[in-house]
Design a protein around this ligand. Structure first.
Ligand SMILES: Cc1cc2nc3c(=O)[nH]c(=O)nc-3n(C[C@H](O)[C@H](O)[C@H](O)COP(=O)(O)OP(=O)(O)OC[C@H]3O[C@@H](n4cnc5c(N)ncnc54)[C@H](O)[C@@H]3O)c2cc1C
Length: 383
């Protein structure tokens, strides 16, 4: 039996990385906000689990992300102070690959464009600085001092707890079935109730296509695996004060990346080499050939980390064709804001994206130019 509940100024659908940051910013502004999630975030069913997410500033994907990540850094620091828990760990970072390649070349481009501190290291200098990593001679490393990693579960938990303290109402274990436009806002139907609000923010991650089917957006859900390896022999080589976060283009267009050992082993993964997936039927076991592939990379580049595999986790990217984000109003209903498909590189920005979404949802002009993230670039006509 559906209960018709009272009305809100904003409903945030999905309380993962983007949604938790959005309810936080709305609640701190005193907005009457309801957040809804089908699971109980932070959880391991979507795109925001696995103990760490890279944050870096010399953004190889495109210099346009640099100001947004700089704002994200400020907000992560604020959240960390407010929560009194470690959320942002600064290890430094190195973008490794051929000099003109996507990763190293792109990082240099962003660093120069935005005047960011960075150092260009030869393969030998890189190995000297980070003894746990052995690049091939044709690679360079672009060192950036401010890079590091975020602890996603702690970040999401902190955003939600503080949002609640500021009056946000959160409903978990409640699935949104659909939404519809009304004369003065939106109505949201869940497994438990029907809610109404002036504005709706859709931050549904890999499930986003289900609730914006009418837009026919070309979104693809990609399965990705995270691996934790214990070094075969006790070593300090991968401690977080000696070993930074890194991304490495090991063949043209093929990228893997990793983190220091924060107590669970060295975490490594492939970037954008996963298979297409259905979020409700995601294969969470990992095939021996997947493990063999990543172990071969480990043997080549980080031989001291090539010990027992201690854990794996499976996670989902929500990809757009150009791998840029979507942050925009629904073209057929301006009360609805669509924000999520972040193509496997969105977590670091979520504090800042949440702030921009809170502005959009309260009809305040965003402080960043969000035009690169418009839906219209896909030339989709709403039905
Ligand atoms: C393996 C992996 C590694 C990554 N590494 C990095 C990295 O190093 N750095 C980085 O910046 N980014 C990284 N990313 C990307 C980043 O983690 C994602 O962009 C980000 O976490 C996505 O957040 P989200 O809020 O869109 O999705 P989620 O955090 O998955 O949140 C979506 C929420 O919506 C809820 N939901 C869905 N449907 C419904 C419904 N019908 N009703 C109610 N609730 C619903 C879900 O339960 C979920 O909680 C990585 C992603 C993966 C998968």
């Amino acid at each position: 039996m559906h209960r018709r509940s009272s009305s809100y100024t904003v409903i945030v659908a999905g309380l993962g990385a983007m949604g938790s940051a959005t309810v936080y910013h709305l609640a701190r502004r005193g907005v009457r906000v309801l957040g809804i999630d089908r699971f109980a975030p932070p959880h391991a069913m979507g795109s925001s689990h696995g103990r760490s997410r890279i944050i870096r500033e010399a953004y190889f994907e495109d210099p346009l992300y640099v100001p947004l990540v700089q704002r994200a850094y400020e907000l992560w620091d604020e959240l960390q102070n407010e929560a009194g828990r470690e959320i942002l760990v600064r290890t430094g970072g190195v973008m490794i690959g051929p000099p003109g390649g996507t990763v190293a070349g792109g990082a240099v481009r962003s660093a120069i464009r935005h005047g960011l501190p960075h150092e260009r290291l030869t393969a030998a200098q890189l190995h000297e600085r980070i003894a746990g990593f052995r690049p091939t001679v044709d690679m360079i490393g672009v060192w950036e001092p401010r890079a590091g990693y975020l602890v996603p579960e702690t970040a999401i938990g902190a955003h939600l707890e503080i949002a609640e303290r500021h009056g946000a109402e959160l409903r978990t274990g409640e699935t949104i079935l659909d939404w519809s436009a009304t004369t003065d806002g939106v109505e949201v139907r869940t497994t438990n109730a029907v809610y109404s609000a002036d504005r709706l923010v859709l931050a549904l991650g890999a499930w986003m296509p289900r609730l914006i089917r009418d837009l026919g957006l070309p979104l693809a859900i990609e399965r990705n695996v995270l691996y934790w390896f214990k070094p075969a022999r006790a070593t300090t080589l991968f401690d977080r004060d000696r070993f930074p976060i890194w991304l490495c283009e090991y063949a043209p267009g093929l990228v893997w990346y990793g983190f220091p050992d924060a107590g669970h082993g060295v975490k490594v993964a492939l970037h954008h080499q996963g298979t297409l997936a259905d979020p409700d039927a995601l294969r969470r076991d990992v095939e021996p050939q997947e493990i063999a592939y990543i172990r071969a990379l480990l043997r080549t580049f980080m031989p001291a980390a090539d010990g027992p595999l201690v854990e794996t986790a499976v996670c989902m990217y929500t990809n757009t064709p150009d791998e840029h984000f979507i942050i925009d109003r629904h073209p057929g209903c301006s009360s609805v804001i669509v924000a999520s498909p972040c193509s496997g590189h969105g977590f670091k920005f979520s504090s800042a994206i949440g702030e921009q979404l809170a502005m959009l949802a309260t009809d305040t002009d965003p402080t960043f130019d969000l035009s690169p993230f418009r839906i219209a670039r896909f030339a989709i006509e709403p039905e």
